[in-house]
Design a protein around this ligand. Structure first.
Ligand code: NAP
Length: 306
């Protein structure tokens, strides 16, 4: 029987287990995918901990995960455009990708370019579509100066590259150990913490046009203090800020499509986008993977390999 991550109640990392489950059957319009890599994301930890129980309740036993890449094993009725053996990447909204097999909707999958690694393909969905949404939300244009908080994280590393590709100067907030990655990717690294506003002003030569907050905390207030117009601030982690300050809170929901995924995959194939992989864990070590993620100092993505 195939194995999958399950949890039976809201709780800490220790509620996560890997168990044998029924082999999923692809319903009409679905594709059975043998998962080769599946990214993990902070939102899954929040759901598991019950912190999003009102907005995104869980039913138990719950599966987990939306990012995935793998090989098509079986086609449900009415699926065309994919064949058995095809390499695909994409997502499922069923909390089911942290598993050996997943029956995903065909319209949430795209072909995986051969040159894109399993790890990059399998961790592209949440971080990639969120980065696209955030960069679009603040309207990044050539010549802009854009500040990105949590610039070394899963979303941040991709947003940095997308904003650079659009011709912006990017100031990335990160710990000193991640400044090398930011410099190598054309961004100006700035340390967060006390005095950050002054350091940003200095790095920006006084003018900040847009701010992408990929962390939460007080970064929206910082953006406004730096003089950024509310409509050019997007936060993916502080939803109350929309009502309070009129800033944007656009994230994965507005860019979660096969079309956006195909564009991102093509950028990786063409060498215009890189998904830094912090670490790969076997599915069995799902608890260790979240322990690392929840320290919140990842450079890029953490990936499970079933
Ligand atoms: N709304 C949406 O659609 C959506 C979608 C995806 C994610 N999110 C949310 O967005 C956030 C980021 O997600 P992610 O996947 O990028 O997370 P992640 O990969 O876990 O981000 C970790 C990053 O946070 C940085 N960090 C830690 N403390 C910081 C601080 N005080 N100030 C600035 N940066 C700090 C770390 O940088 P250093 O290691 O350099 O310190 C690290 O690189 C999470 O809260 C997640 O839930 C929302």
């Amino acid at each position: 029987m195939p194995r999958a991550v399950r949890f039976d109640a809201y709780g800490g990392i220790d509620v996560l287990k890997v168990v044998e489950v029924e082999r999923p059957v692809p319903a009409p319009g679905r594709v059975l995918v043998r998962v080769r890599a599946a990214g993990i994301n902070p939102g899954e930890a929040s759901i598991r901990g019950g912190r999003l129980a009102k907005r995104f309740p869980a039913t138990f036993p719950s599966g987990e995960g939306s990012d995935l890449a793998g090989v098509v094993e079986e086609l449900g009725e009415g699926v065309d455009g994919f064949g058995v053996g095809d390499e695909v990447l994409g997502f499922t909204n069923d909390r089911a990708s942290h598993a050996e097999l997943v029956a995903a909707e065909a319209d949430k999958l795209v072909p995986k370019p051969r040159s894109v690694t399993w790890e990059a393909a399998g961790s592209l969905f949440v971080a990639g579509t969120t980065a696209v949404a955030a960069v679009r939300a603040v309207g990044v244009r050539a010549g802009d100066t854009v500040v990105i908080s949590a610039a070394a994280g899963g979303v941040g590393t991709l947003a940095v590259q997308l904003a650079r590709n659009a011709g912006a100067t990017v100031i990335g907030l990160a710990s000193p150990e991640h400044h090398g990655w930011l410099t190598d990717h054309g961004a100006v690294p700035v340390r967060y913490g006390d005095g950050v506003a002054e350091r940003i002003r200095e790095a920006a030569d006084g003018r900040v046009d847009a701010f992408i907050d990929a962390f939460g905390a007080q970064y929206v207030e910082l953006a406004l203090e730096l003089g950024v117009a509310p409509e050019r601030v997007d936060t993916i982690a502080n939803f109350a800020a929309k009502e309070r300050y009129g800033v944007k809170t656009e994230g994965t929901a507005v860019a979660a499509s096969a079309e956006v995924l195909a564009e991102l995959a093509a950028m990786i194939r063409d060498g215009r986008l890189q998904v830094p992989i912090a670490r790969v864990y076997p599915l069995d070590q799902v608890q260790a993977a979240y322990r690392e993620l929840e320290k919140r100092h990842t450079l890029g993505k953490i990936v499970l390999r079933p």
